[in-house]
Design a protein around this ligand. Structure first.
Ligand SMILES: C[S@@+](CC[C@H](N)C(=O)[O-])C[C@H]1O[C@@H](n2cnc3c(N)ncnc32)[C@H](O)[C@@H]1O
Length: 274
């Protein structure tokens, strides 16, 4: 801030010296305009992370090159931590609480023909899709880690889904291929979520719906970041970004009424492509 102010004073000083040399009214008008343009605009201040959250969070996603980071993600999920993903999702109640969203039709699969599950992991969400979707629903599971896809295949014990290794930021599907997308705790593995959200918007048909779960900037979110080398999201910022890409937040969901009161459980939202 101090730096910006002194830069401004310096710049205005230079411009004022130049002003003295100007004589005609037309030039004065140009000068006024130039000064106005150099004046710093008051912009809405970006929400800042709490110091404690910043201390706990792992910042590799922001500091490593994108190649290094992708390799790290593949290694983490391909290794022992990934092997325990299904168990830890059960212990953290992610599987049973996630199932409630589908069972109670808070995220209603009725009428959906083809659903893409992005970052399927151990197939936690895909299993709900197979259980609560219409009998003819076509489920496609994707993941950056082919090892995780193998685990999902073994765990789901179903021949119905297709399994495709793919990066969320470069989905190998045609525009509008799916009328539903689910994406649970994957977007936080992109340093910049915009390309991933744009890809999800692209493959979703108009009016198609998406269930997005994401790690929020909170105390527990900071620990998730530390454990899984991911980033966290500020809710209003993520919402704004989605809406810029034509992804309207239809309803914010909560796993239970207690989660809603305590604003816990992270970002869970039903999105519609407009
Ligand atoms: C925390 S797990 C989520 C599993 C499951 N979706 C759930 O809701 O529990 C994150 C998964 O996303 C995958 N992943 C990470 N970055 C990805 C990317 N850029 N594209 C696709 N998948 C990615 C990881 O390999 C991992 O299997």
């Amino acid at each position: 801030m101090v730096y910006l102010q002194s830069a401004r004073i310096h710049l205005e000083g230079r411009l004022l010296a130049y002003w003295d040399e100007l004589s005609t009214e037309g030039e004065e008008a140009i000068m006024h305009e130039t000064l106005e343009k150099t004046r710093p605009r008051r912009t809405k201040r970006k929400p800042r992370k709490k110091v404690l959250h910043r201390l706990i969070e792992n910042d590799m996603i922001l500091t490593a090159s994108s190649d290094e980071y992708r390799k790290k993600v593949k290694r983490v999920y391909g290794g022992p931590k990934g092997a325990l993903l299904a168990v830890s999702s059960m212990v953290s109640l992610h599987i049973p609480l996630g199932e409630r969203l589908f069972k109670t039709r808070k995220f209603d699969l009725t009428g959906m023909n083809s659903v893409l599950d992005i970052g399927s992991g151990a197939g936690q969400i895909a299993s709900h899709l197979l259980k609560y979707g219409d009998p003819n629903i076509q489920v496609t599971c994707t993941d950056l880690s082919s090892q995780m896809l193998r685990r999902a295949r073994n765990r789901l014990k179903s021949t119905r889904p297709d399994f495709v290794a793919a990066d969320l930021a470069h989905l190998p599907f045609a525009d509008g291929s799916f009328d539903g997308v689910t994406c649970g705790y994957v977007l936080e593995h992109l340093p910049d979520p915009r390309p991933g959200l744009a890809e999800m918007a692209r493959v979703l048909s108009k009016g198609g719906r998406m269930l997005l779960l994401a790690t929020e900037d909170s105390f527990s979110g900071a620990w998730t970041s530390r454990l899984w080398y991911c980033r966290t999201f500020n809710r209003p910022e993520l919402k704004k970004l989605c809406e810029e890409l034509g992804l309207r937040w239809k309803q914010e969901l909560w796993f239970t009424p207690v989660h809603k009161v305590m604003r816990a459980g992270g970002i869970c939202v039903e999105i519609e492509k407009v």
